[in-house]
Design a protein around this ligand. Structure first.
Ligand code: HSE
Length: 332
């Protein structure tokens, strides 16, 4: 997808595909993502360099999809291909290109916690879709995969939002301008924007984190929110990190979801005092993230927040990265 180009998505008939493109198997990585970006609930997201999930897909020569192995999930994900978001999305894709006859085996290697707010299911689904697309030699624009990835999200949490799957698929910073019709815009971003992520080891399933948010909002809150979204998008275009920082405020969702995150406001205070540009919930949580202007500040923030969580007897992981513009990549 070209930078900044508005795309209206319609299911496009794809060219006839060969099988394998000379390969029998493929190993793909797809990145974790930070959805919402504080003020843009369901409409903004970006990809990071790490963590990410990996899929190894093999042609079997026998029609149907199997899942032979899942690692890193503590046994929580189904091996049944009818119940796993990766295989279901891949199956929808194969049907759409008229290749349900193909036989595939999938290995899924989870490299990030499930229910972390880092787009765990999206990374797996996108890795699977990118793997089958590449294996079939389908050189259509990856944007064609987005509706299939959204089906995976719908299965994972009951709602087919695109703010994790779109940045996982395209890399970079993405705006979902509209869902009906689907219209996705890739946004520029300052190259020196660093992201510090801390995952406090408590489970916050997206499905439940969506159920607790308010169904109706006040006009004055809506005005505040759309001012902030416009400010954030302007800051991204203008490479104005201070404008980005002061726009990342959420009066709609964060006040409710922050209750699910241990010491959220204390962690925010600490991150801002340590030099963060902004701080908020990653996706539906419990991961939190801060933008910073340099790597050293990002590393100090993750270290101090993790020490704080340890003192509260809460385990944690952390990741420091710039924004990942590459999206999925073939590892072998
Ligand atoms: N926009 C979604 C939500 C992202 O906040 O529920 C979930 O990762």
């Amino acid at each position: 997808m070209e930078d900044n180009k508005l795309q209206e998505l319609a299911p496009a008939p794809l060219a006839p595909l060969s099988v394998g493109g000379g390969r029998e198997s493929i190993h793909v990585f797809a990145p974790a993502t930070v959805a919402n970006v504080v003020c843009g609930f369901d409409v903004l997201g970006f990809a990071v360099d790490e963590p990410g999930d990996e899929v190894i897909m093999r042609l079997t020569g026998k029609p149907g999809i199997t899942i032979s192995k899942i690692t890193g999930d503590d046994g929580r994900l189904p091996l049944d291909p009818a119940k796993n978001t990766v295989s279901v999305s891949v199956q929808h894709y194969l049907q759409s290109v008229g290749r349900s006859d193909i036989g595939l085996d999938i290995e899924l290697h989870k490299k990030m916690p499930i229910g972390s707010g880092l787009g765990s299911s999206s990374a797996s689904t996108v890795a699977g879709l990118f793997a089958i697309k590449t294996l079939l030699g389908d050189d259509a624009d990856p944007i064609n995969l987005l509706p299939f990835a959204m089906k995976g999200e719908e299965m994972a949490c009951g709602h087919g939002h695109a703010d994790n799957v779109a940045p996982a698929l395209f890399g970079g910073f993405v705006l979902i301008r509209s869902y009906e019709p689907l219209d996705v815009v890739r946004l520029p971003h300052p190259k020196n924007l660093w992201c510090a992520i801390v995952f406090p080891d408590v489970d916050v399933p997206t499905r439940e984190a969506r159920q607790i948010i308010r169904k109706n909002i006040q006009m004055k809150d809506a005005v505040t929110q759309w001012g902030n979204i416009a400010g954030l998008v302007s800051g991204l275009f203008m490479q104005d990190i201070d404008l980005i920082g002061r726009s990342m405020k959420d009066v709609l969702v964060e006040p409710v979801r922050s209750m699910l995150i241990p010491d959220f406001y204390k962690m925010r205070e600490m991150a801002m005092e340590l030099g963060a540009v902004s701080f908020g919930i990653s996706g539906s949580g419990p991961s939190v993230f801060a933008f910073t202007k340099d790597e050293a500040t990002a590393r100090t923030i993750t270290q101090k927040l993790q020490q704080h969580l340890t003192a509260l007897k809460i385990g944690s992981n952390s990741y420091v990265s710039t924004i990942n513009d590459a999206g999925p990549k073939v590892l072998g």
